[in-house]
Ligand binder design. Structure first.
Ligand code: SF4
Length: 307
């Protein structure tokens, strides 16, 4: 039997021996964050993987993140930590649905959140992250935007770019959409001095009550620069724990007990250990060359318009 600390030490040794770069999304549990080569959001992680010298990449997160890493590093062996870890939002829409929308609005650019499958990206014009969506939508030349799949993020951008016309399909993240205005009011009544920080994947009735709305990285940066000592966090509840480790002198509260992504929780430290030690449990990501090329173009456009 190994303790958590012993298992972590073994993993650190195995990473070096087997030439693995371990990428850990910020929504993973803290014991996994501690063994990461890089922690961050999906796109930040993929960029780090492309820069790293390692031959093998293990993505502790969900499938579209591992696919993005493979698109940016096609020459590397990329593995997903749990074959069952999908993202309900990324898998909500089909290629045919998007093609039909494009036929209806031929002048529009299809702007897709990075939380989409590699296959869906092949029929989109430009990818965005929650941190870059606003800037990219402002910068692209098209005046009409088909924004998929997250209607809440799309509407949040639309409000700030009134000179462009938006079209949506009703999609979104079930985890963030589960937060209600009543949850916020309850949390604010319990923690009167706390600022409410929220992810724009939440519904408008929720972001309207926020002191700050932005990406996970944006929320972390807000806390780093704030003089306030208490915060209600309106994103996946793992961020509450990570912030509490980072700033033990401050207090962080989840806005809702339901803001938990079960897909993100599928990966355990023992899974990471099993993949590195025995080579089983994860899944190697294999993508068609054409998919890599076309989805890669969508990501390149993101870099072109969003830096
Ligand atoms: S939190 Fe939402 S967007 Fe993120 S992986 Fe889970 S379902 Fe997908």
């Amino acid at each position: 039997m190994l303790t958590t600390a012993e298992m972590q030490q073994e993993i650190l040794k195995l990473k070096r021996e087997k030439d693995f770069c371990v990428l850990v999304h910020a929504y993973q549990t803290h014991d996994i964050l501690e063994i990461a080569d890089f922690v961050g959001d999906s796109f930040g992680l993929s960029k780090q993987a492309a820069k790293a010298a390692h031959k093998n990449v293990l993505m502790c997160g969900v499938r579209f993140m591992a696919e993005t890493a493979k698109i940016l590093s096609p020459q590397k062996n990329v593995y997903l930590s749990s074959p069952f870890a999908g993202c309900p939002m990324a898998e909500q829409m089909t290629v045919n649905q998007i093609k039909a929308l494009k036929r209806e609005h031929p002048e529009a650019a299809v702007v897709c959140y990075i939380n989409t499958t590699a296959l869906l990206k092949t029929v989109c014009d430009v990818c965005v992250t929650s941190a870059s969506a606003l800037e990219i939508v402002k910068n692209i030349p098209q005046k009409e935007i088909i924004f998929i799949p997250d209607i809440n993020l799309g509407r949040w951008v639309e409000k700030q770019v009134p000179n462009k016309k938006f079209y949506f399909i009703n999609g979104g993240c079930p985890v963030h959409m589960s937060v209600t205005a009543d949850d916020v009011k309850r949390a604010k009544s319990l923690h009167k001095n706390a600022l409410f920080l929220v992810h724009p994947e939440c519904k408008k009735e929720v972001t309207d009550l926020a002191d700050y709305a932005g990406s996970t990285t944006g929320i972390m940066n807000f806390v780093a620069n704030s003089q306030n000592n208490e915060f209600i966090i309106g994103t996946e509840n793992s961020i509450v724990q990570h912030l509490q480790f980072k700033y033990p002198e401050k207090r962080f509260y989840p806005v809702s007990k339901n803001c938990i992504c079960t897909d993100m929780r599928l990966t355990t430290l023992a899974d990471v250990y099993g993949i590195l030690k025995f080579g089983n449990g994860g899944e190697e990501i294999v993508l068609d060359q054409e998919v890599i090329k076309e989805a890669g173009h969508c990501i390149d456009q993101m870099l072109k318009y969003g830096g």
